[in-house]
Design a protein around this ligand. Structure first.
Ligand code: SAM
Length: 318
C-alpha cells in the first residue's frame, strides 16, 4: 500500500475512533449515534477490538451497553453482514448483569484526555437534578474552551455545579488561578467532591480547587465578597420560578462585589424549556438593576448533545 494511502487509512481509523469514543463514552442517545462510522470500521477491520477495548475501559451503564450491542448486531444482520462472535459474547455478558443506578460518563477534550464523571442514570434522582450533566453545561464548557482568556489567571466561582462537567473542563483547559465549585444539595456536593477528585483536582493542584456549600437563598454579601471571584459561571440554573428571584438577587449582589481584577464577569447559560420561566428570570434581573447581553454560541462541536435544544448564554452587567 502506498504511503499516502496508508496514512489516509490511519487518518480514517483515528476519525472512527474519535467519533465512536466521543459518542459512546458520553452515552449519546442511540438514534443519533454515529452508526455508520462504527459499521464501516467493523466491516473494514473484521474485528471488534475497538469496541471491546472501549467497553472495558470506562464501561457505561449496563442498560446502555445492552441497547448499544443489540442495536449494533441488529444493524449488521440487516445489512447482510455476519456480526462477529465477540459482539454476541459481549451482549451475553451484559444481558445477565445487574443494573446499577450510577455509571461513568466521559467527555473527551480536544487537547487530549477526558473529563470522567460518575453520574446517575436517571435525570432526576434523590430529589435533585444535580447528579447528571445537562446540555447547558456542555454548551458552556464548549464556549469556555473557545474563550479561555476569560478564565486564565482568574478566580472562578461556579454556582449550581451539579456533577461538575463545566468546572472540570475549565480547570483542565483554561488555566484559572483558583476554581470554586458550589451547590446546595448534600448528595450533589458529595458526588461533586468525588468527581473533582476522580479528575485529579484538589486544593493542592494548579488550579487550586475547592467544593463549597453555597445556597443562593442563604448566602450573604459578606460571604460573596470573601470568595472574591473575578468570574462567575452557572449552567442550567434557571428552571424553577420559585428560586429564580433569589438567584437574580444573588447575581445582582455578585455584580457589585469587586475583586482584585475589578468588577466580576458573570455568565449564565440556560436551556430555555419554558419561555415564561426564562422571561420571568430576566425580568427579575432587570428589577434588580441587572442588564444582559446574549453571547454568540460556540463554533466548534466538542461534546455530543442535541444541537436543536434552545440554549442561551448571557453575560450580565449592572
Ligand atoms: C439542572 S442542575 C444543573 C447542574 C449543572 N450545572 C449542569 O448543568 O449539569 C441545577 C443545579 O442547581 C442546584 N441548585 C438548585 N437550587 C439551588 C440553590 N438554591 N442553591 C444552590 N444550588 C442550587 C442543584 O442542586 C443542581 O445541582
Amino acid at each position: 500500500m502506498a504511503l499516502s494511502e496508508r496514512s489516509s487509512v490511519q487518518g480514517s481509523v483515528k476519525e472512527v475512533l474519535r467519533e465512536f469514543q466521543v459518542s459512546f463514552f458520553a452515552l449519546t442517545r442511540l438514534p443519533s449515534f454515529p452508526w455508520t462510522f462504527v459499521e464501516k470500521d467493523l466491516q473494514s477491520s473484521g474485528s471488534s477490538e475497538l469496541i471491546s477495548q472501549v467497553l472495558k475501559q470506562f464501561p457505561p451503564s449496563v442498560r446502555y451497553r445492552r441497547l448499544f450491542l443489540s442495536q449494533l448486531i441488529r444493524r449488521l444482520e440487516a445489512s447482510g453482514c455476519e456480526p462477529l462472535d465477540e459482539l454476541y459474547d459481549a451482549l451475553a455478558e451484559v444481558v445477565g448483569a445487574e443494573e446499577t443506578m450510577e455509571c461513568y460518563k466521559s467527555y473527551l477534550l480536544p487537547a487530549g484526555g477526558a473529563v470522567s464523571l460518575m453520574e446517575n442514570i436517571a435525570l432526576i434522582s434523590e430529589g435533585t437534578t444535580g447528579l447528571v450533566t445537562w446540555e447547558a453545561a456542555l454548551y458552556l464548557a464548549e464556549w469556555a474552551l473557545e474563550n479561555q482568556q476569560v478564565f486564565t489567571g482568574r478566580t472562578v466561582l461556579e454556582l449550581g455545579s451539579g456533577a461538575g462537567l463545566t468546572g472540570i473542563a475549565v480547570c483542565r483547559s483554561c488555566s484559572p488561578k483558583r476554581f470554586i465549585f458550589s451547590d446546595c444539595h448534600s448528595t450533589v456536593l458529595q458526588k461533586l467532591r468525588d468527581n473533582v477528585r476522580l479528575n485529579g483536582l484538589s486544593e493542592q493542584t494548579t488550579p487550586a480547587v475547592s467544593v463549597e456549600k453555597l445556597d443562593w437563598t442563604a448566602i450573604s454579601e459578606e460571604e460573596l465578597r470573601e470568595i472574591g471571584a473575578d468570574v462567575i459561571i452557572a449552567a442550567d440554573v434557571v428552571y424553577d420560578p420559585d428560586i429564580a428571584g433569589s438567584l437574580a438577587k444573588l447575581l445582582s449582589i455578585v455584580l457589585r462585589c469587586s475583586s482584585a481584577e475589578g468588577l466580576p464577569q458573570v455568565f449564565i447559560c440556560s436551556t430555555i424549556r419554558n419561555l415564561e420561566t426564562y422571561g420571568g428570570f430576566k425580568q427579575q434581573l432587570e428589577a434588580e438593576g441587572v442588564g444582559h447581553e446574549v453571547i454568540p454560541a460556540p463554533v466548534n462541536h466538542v461534546f455530543p448533545y442535541n444541537r436543536q435544544s434552545a440554549i442561551e448564554l448571557i453575560k450580565l452587567r449592572r
